[in-house]
Write a protein that binds this ligand. Structure first.
Ligand code: PMP
Length: 290
């Protein structure tokens, strides 16, 4: 991935993709002092760019460092890289980390580095394929107790259990894994939030120990606009057989219906389709969506 053509914004400068390098004694690499974002540009315009920039700075703050660029500067930097890399539909990846001045757990004065890369990452499937639904494993690892990890930061360190769980799922033929939380409740997927439907209403877990995704918040608002009831509550896995539909949501995943979670089956239907269409319509800049 590091040998592509294109441009990366790196500490305020635009550098060729292949030259955006870091030293092996980078604190972020050894101790996980790194936070990131995942966003999408549609027709060259980043959806909810400000919300992502605010969360990016907030994640850093939770990790005890400050991103040395304002929300406005980050927004402008993201727009610049999206444009330089050709506009259109792209995935946007800001990342910030502690540098290499000190190599120990404590690194209070290490420089904070920030980079923004963007690349073409089309929607995972076309709408018809999506409506078949993906298959999810149930992960062994659980989302940690908020007293054991900074669960509301989009922190690189929290993704180690996601990568392990996703790899394990993929090796068994699943697309992804659903994770329970530390109390055994349904939580989310390795990189997306999860929704269910029953009797025409939407149910989703309370985001008290995992990321309250920007897509999750968008989908809840869109569902309410459609007149659908949205219930945020504790969901135990033994309830899974009682749900009709299931879909996962995230900036990368967008709205993706689910056909199976371990032994349980779901039938992607009207609500999944309604939310997929509403989200697709919401993310495109209005002049072009009309
Ligand atoms: N949970 C996890 C673990 C994620 O990585 C993501 C993707 N950032 C989400 C939820 C969804 O967040 P968002 O909708 O803000 O992309």
């Amino acid at each position: 991935f590091d040998q592509r053509d294109g441009w990366i914004w790196f500490n305020g400068e635009i550098v060729p993709w292949k030259d955006a390098k870091v030293h092996v004694l980078t604190h972020g690499l050894h101790y996980g002092s790194s936070v990131f974002e995942g966003e999408r540009a549609y027709d060259g315009v980043i959806f909810k760019s400000t919300e992502h920039s605010i969360r990016f700075r907030k994640s850093a703050e939770i990790m005890d460092f400050e991103i040395p660029f304002s929300v406005e500067e980050l927004n402008a930097a993201k727009d610049k890289v999206v444009a330089l890399n050709g506009g259109g539909d792209q995935y946007v990846r800001p990342v910030a980390w502690r540098g290499s001045e000190m190599m120990a757990v404590s690194a209070q004065h290490n420089k904070i580095h920030v980079a923004i890369a963007t690349w073409a990452w089309p929607s995972m499937f076309d709408p018809e394929t999506k409506m078949k639904g993906i298959k999810l494993d149930i992960a062994d690892y659980r989302r940690p107790d908020p007293q054991c990890a900074p669960v509301h930061a989009k922190a690189a360190g929290l993704y180690m259990i996601c990568t392990i769980s996703k790899h394990k799922a993929e090796k068994k033929g699943y697309a992804d894994a659903m994770m329970l939380d530390w109390q055994g409740r349904v939580a989310e997927c390795t990189g997306a939030n999860i929704f269910f439907t029953r009797d025409g209403a939407i149910h989703t877990p309370i985001a008290d120990c995992f990321l309250n995704g920007i897509t999750r918040q968008t989908v809840i608002a869109l569902a309410k606009e459609q007149g659908l009831e949205v219930i945020e509550r504790r969901i135990m896995p033994d309830e899974l057989p009682s749900f009709n539909e299931c879909f996962i949501v995230g900036s990368a995943a967008e709205v993706t219906p689910v056909a199976e979670i371990g032994p349980y089956s779901f039938k992607p239907g009207n609500i999944s389709r309604t939310m997929m269409d509403a989200y697709t319509n919401a993310v495109r800049p209005k002049s072009k969506a009309a």
